[in-house]
Ligand binder design. Structure first.
Ligand code: PLP
Length: 497
């Protein structure tokens, strides 16, 4: 029997995993969710001997039940290969008394590679299954890391086009350079005059635009999404939580069944939701600690039960978390409402219209697995500095936000629960912020000259992702206003407006 998926906003229509992956977003604007979260059917004692690829299969086969074993194993093999600079794919490093799960060893040195390495294969396999003849147009809003990782994944994949919108001035120089130098005949990058939320809601509006879909269809195209609203991105992220627990067990850092805390630097709420899915599958996780930067909408939400995006959008040194509308939270809202599609639709409607909603007290009670925390810019820089001084480990600002929040929780809770911090980007991606946190003197230097400096003080080899963009040619110069996103898409696809 297949595990079926339904929209968070409509309980009646059900689709298979491959249909949900193809569509990305449900027609009613909701997100696809599995009817139940399956239980792990392999014990931790067995899992601790498994490779990343084997673990990926064990987890994904439970969710993507309409894929054959051969299809799924093939996707996994193509995704988790030499593109990663370590055989473990997701290594764990002990930093002080905290474990860091390093998810930045893929092609674009941020954790988005974990899911975006496999999504193109899941998507093209799904298209084949359903005899899709149209070319798939991936439309993506990025806060900096998704765009590059998605393009790297989709570059020159037959039958696909990819268009990425990023907020101009809202990403780091390395992130921007990575995107505008992207190769591949099927890739397009647009700098948007707006912030990430503008980009994300603009893309969502295009997905819901029936007239545009019609136009695309006539020209032989159909949309899909590489954003974390796609279930094909969320599920691959569950894998590394299962893997991390099994590896800690294998290294005898924990005993079987011992509960650990997981702290996740959070933006769109995809990564931490995957941790929640892993907990529901049976991974012994105690608390899920949701770490925000100064854009602390989620912290306030966990404190008060009120989600309020009506506030200033703050640009921080952790740009991939500069988000006021965390789209994956909708999946959690759906769960804590008791899978009530009507309630979920009502709350999301309020968010869209008034920018704020409040959950019921019954719903709030179901959030006890979560703790919210945040780090200011000063806290973040100090965390980078202190960690470097104390143990010589250099971390990026996103990871530092999580490490700070984790440390604060440790101090407040005073228990012996072990902590896993999810490390989401290489420090090479955010050179200026990282280096100036360590020493003010670097603040005068050019971003790209800091590559050598970081290499000197950290001994971390310069990743290929960095060396290859240093002198790469800029291939994408398009910019557009928020109101012109539709026109821009038509233009790129050479369709008459
Ligand atoms: C995307 C991203 C995040 C936020 O992850 P979400 O799944 O959107 O919550 C954190 N850190 C880095 C480096 C990222 O690229």
């Amino acid at each position: 029997m297949n595990l079926m998926y339904k929209s968070t906003r409509n309980a009646s229509r059900k689709v298979t995993a491959s249909e949900a992956i193809l569509k990305g977003l449900a027609e009613d604007g909701g997100l696809f969710v599995p009817e139940v979260i399956p239980q792990l059917d392999v014990s931790m004692e067995e899992l601790k001997e498994k490779s990343y690829q084997e673990t990926a299969y064990i987890v994904m086969k439970q969710f993507f039940t309409d894929f054959t074993e051969e299809e799924l194993k093939n996707c996994i093999k193509l995704a988790y290969d030499k593109k990663f600079d370590t055989e473990e794919i997701a290594p764990i490093v002990k930093v002080g008394k905290t474990y860091h799960l390093e998810l930045f060893h893929g092609a674009t040195i941020a954790f988005k590679d974990m899911a975006l390495s496999i999504l193109p294969h899941l998507l093209t396999t799904s298209a084949k299954k359903h005899h899709v003849t149209k070319d798939i147009v991936i439309l993506t809003a990025t806060s900096g890391d998704t765009g590059k990782a998605a393009m790297a994944g989709f570059q020159d994949v037959k039958g696909t086009r990819i268009i990425v919108f990023y907020p101009k001035g809202g990403v780091s120089p390395v992130q921007e350079r990575q995107m505008v130098t992207q190769k591949g005949k099927n890739t397009a990058v647009v700098a948007l005059h707006g912030n990430f939320d503008d980009a994300q809601s603009g893309v969502k509006t295009l997905f819901e635009d029936l007239e545009l879909q019609e136009k695309l269809a006539q020209s032989g195209y159909q949309f899909s999404s590489a954003n974390s609203i796609n279930i094909g991105r969320l599920i691959p992220q569950v894998v590394y939580y299962v893997y991390a627990y099994a590896k800690l067990l294998n290294q005898q850092q924990i005993v079987n069944g011992e509960k650990i805390n997981v702290t996740v630097p959070t933006g769109n709420f995809g990564n931490i939701l995957a941790a929640y899915y892993a907990k529901e599958m049976g991974v012994p996780i105690h608390k899920l600690i949701c770490a925000s930067n100064d854009n602390k909408v989620l912290y306030d939400f966990f404190e008060t039960g009120i989600y309020d995006k009506n506030r200033a959008f703050i640009l921080t040194t952790s740009p991939s978390m500069d988000i006021l509308v965390s789209s994956n939270l909708e999946r959690l809202i759906h769960i804590i409402s008791g899978q009530d599609a009507i309630k979920t639709r009502e709350l999301m409607g309020q968010l869209k219209q008034r920018g704020v909603y409040e959950i019921t007290s019954a719903m709030k009670e179901k959030l006890s697995d979560f703790i919210g925390g945040y780090a200011t810019e000063k806290d973040t820089a100090k965390m980078i500095y202190d960690t470097y001084r104390e143990v010589g480990y250099v971390m990026d600002p996103h990871t530092a936000v999580a490490a700070y929040v984790c440390q604060k929780c440790q101090e407040e809770q005073e228990n012996s629960t072990k902590d896993l911090v999810v490390s989401t980007a290489s420090p090479y991606k955010f050179l200026k912020s990282v280096m100036t946190a360590i020493d003010e003197k670097y603040c005068q230097m050019d971003e790209f000259d800091l590559i050598e400096e970081l290499n000197k003080i950290s001994d971390i080899p310069i990743p290929k992702a960095i060396s290859e963009i240093k002198d790469a040619k800029v291939l994408h110069k398009r910019e557009c206003d928020v109101k012109d996103m539709k026109k821009t898409v038509l233009n790129i696809l050479e369709i008459e407006g």
